[in-house]
Design a protein around this ligand. Sequence first.
Ligand code: AKB
Length: 336
Amino acid sequence: MSAKTVLVTGAVGEMGHQLLPALADAGYEIVALDLAVLPPDLIGYCKESVETSITETGRVRGLLDRHRPELVFHLAALLSASAERKPSLAHKVNVGGTVALLQLCQEQARATGRSIRFMFPSSIAVYGLPDQAAKEQAGAVLEHQWAQPTGMYGCNKLYGELLGTYYSNHSPHAGDAGIDFRAIRFPGLISADTVPTGGTSDYGPEMIHAAARSQAYSCFVREDSRLPFMTMPDAVDGFMRLAFADEAALSTRVYNIKAFSPTAGEFRDKVLDYFPQADIRFEPVPARQAIVDSWPGDVDDSRARQDWGFNPRHDFNGAMEEYVLPALKKRYPAGA
Ligand code: AKB
């Protein structure tokens, strides 16, 4: 049993591409699980990777039994847009997979006498603002406000938060080692290395990547639609910082974080600053617009800053100048 083993579920997703190198740099041996085959650039970080669904509890148990991880990053999930298209599958994966993994982790903690730190990527999707007026009036939403999701993904993630908090507070027998659950409600994430799929906040990164590839882009939300965002490096840095924070410093198990909150029109303007020829049109898709309108235009992340020193590197300008553009010029040398 390795002294420092981490299990990453959904390792092939957008966050996994940034998280696996960060965990390797932190000295962890990585066990990865995903439906998809791990690509060559990630497989080298792993001591074992398994192509399976998180709902295959027997295979997940086998991974845990073989490696006894002390840390889990549970990324496997269907995102918001996919969850609206396949609500039953979303519930099965996002809730069923999470419950099963929490139970397996609790069993392992009891058997080994060693607690497991369980990192859970929640989402701004857990918030539900009833209309545009309420969204504008709410401003930067605190963790205890407006947690009334209207989408399947938001319902799944809110229940995941509640379950993880329950398992952190309840061991089968008093004094047993158990689960140390910690969650972040991630905003829209901008990765220069991958293009998102299945999310509602995807319009931000999609717009940037389309411009870098000299492709026309039809934005599926209105120009005035506003959401909180951050870059993927800041998101992973924040997740790692929370994972290694002293438990005594945490005033809650669920935190907001973000870096900037532009409108889709401000995304367009920023993209045109760097890609003046970009062809960007706004053609709202009602079902996707409804989700964005129910999510907060901004979140208050003062608790994360106060409890464990969250401090993103990239503001909106920095996101483009320091992170996205240099990476896109390498990724799309012809178009960028
Ligand atoms: C989505 O758009 O579904 C995700 C999220 C904000 O959780 N990127």
